[in-house]
Design a protein around this ligand. Structure first.
Ligand code: X2X
Length: 339
């Protein structure tokens, strides 16, 4: 009996100690990295995730938002590495910004792969999305949910663009992987890699003529005020956002809190996709009206004009399909065809 009492007491002590360790392993604050701030749907998604996590964990997990990629000196292409290293605890990141490290994420940057919003959803919400999450898990981050930056439209300060010939020699700011350099070079333009932080002054000074970003970004960053007077709606690529947590941080939370963080990410992700499409998708063109009201000439290429962009960039698509993985690209094409 005495021995039994001892074992019970010892077990209780162990539980107490591990309980204490568990409680102590929660930090006062977790760092959440995003590229864009709260003036944009992306930064608002960060704010919302933090708010929902706080609520669902009764304040056990407190998140502080670091937008502008401030934890990596503004260099968005270093964000993924910093998450793995624990410099960043959590992130809502663009597939473009993580693609230098995760080659499969270049999938969404294949020119003209996704013709519409249903196509984006067919990828992120289907088998392809699951497969990409499995890739991220292997790279030791914990993926939780998809969000959206959006279809990336091209703007410039020089002239209306309806064909690759119009882009000849034009300097474009691009970001992410060399895939973007190759795409814009194939179109006859002169691309240069630069962070978002550097892009705005470069546009303002005329060091570059153009850029490509979702309309929600164009509007909130007021790109028309830095000379971007021509906009071409070519929908050539779209970048989803991914909600992730550093693996060690994830492991330090109780299963119940992990589930709370996941549910919060899923909800913030759904809300983010809705917001990112508001005024842009379907019959709602309020954002476009706002852009036109700011004096921007909006060009909608005809099917024929669009085909010329597709054709010029096809070699880039084919080359990068091999880098991304022929099977994954095939799966994506099939999912899109069946949407
Ligand atoms: O830098 C960009 O263009 C932005 C804000 O869209 C991304 O982070 C991919």
């Amino acid at each position: 009996m005495q021995r039994r009492t001892f074992i019970v007491a010892a077990a209780a002590t162990c539980m107490l100690i591990s309980g204490t360790v568990q409680a102590q392993s929660y930090r006062a604050e977790y760092r959440l990295s995003t590229t864009l701030g709260t003036a944009f749907p992306w930064g608002q998604a960060g704010e919302r995730w933090a708010e929902l996590v706080k609520e669902k964990t009764q304040g056990r997990i407190n998140i502080k938002l670091y937008s502008g990629n401030s934890l990596v000196g503004g260099d968005q292409t270093r964000e993924f590495t910093a998450i793995r290293q624990g410099v960043i605890d959590m992130s809502i990141g663009s597939t473009i910004n993580w693609s230098p490290q995760v080659k499969e994420l270049n999938l969404f940057s294949l020119p003209f792969l996704m013709p519409d919003y249903k196509a984006i959803d067919a990828l992120t919400q289907g088998e392809v999305g699951k497969e990409l999450f499995a890739v991220l898990e292997k790279r030791e981050v914990v993926p939780l949910a998809w969000g959206e930056n959006g279809f990336r439209e091209m703007s410039n300060s020089k002239r209306a663009i309806t064909s690759p010939a119009d882009m000849k020699g034009m300097k474009f700011r691009v970001v992410g992987s060399p895939l973007y350099n190759e795409t814009f070079s194939a179109l006859g333009a002169n691309p240069t890699q630069m962070s978002w932080a550097d892009a705005q002054p470069a546009l303002a000074s005329g060091a570059v003529d153009g850029q490509e970003n979702p309309l929600s970004v164009f509007v909130a960053a007021k790109l028309s005020t830095v000379g971007q007077k021509y906009l071409t709606l070519w929908h050539y690529v779209a970048d989803p956002l991914i909600f992730v947590v550093n693996k060690q941080v994830w492991a330090s939370w109780t299963p119940a809190d992990r589930e709370a963080v996941r549910q919060a990410a899923l909800q913030a992700g759904r809300e983010n996709v809705e917001k990112a499409r508001k005024g842009i998708a379907g019959n709602d063109n309020a954002v476009l009206k706002q852009i036109e009201a700011a004096g921007v000439t909006v060009t909608n290429p005809t099917a024929e004009q669009r085909a010329a962009f597709v054709q010029a960039t096809r070699p880039v698509y084919d080359k990068w399909s091999k880098t991304i993985g022929a099977d994954l690209v095939k799966k994506a094409e099939t999912a899109i065809a069946k949407r």
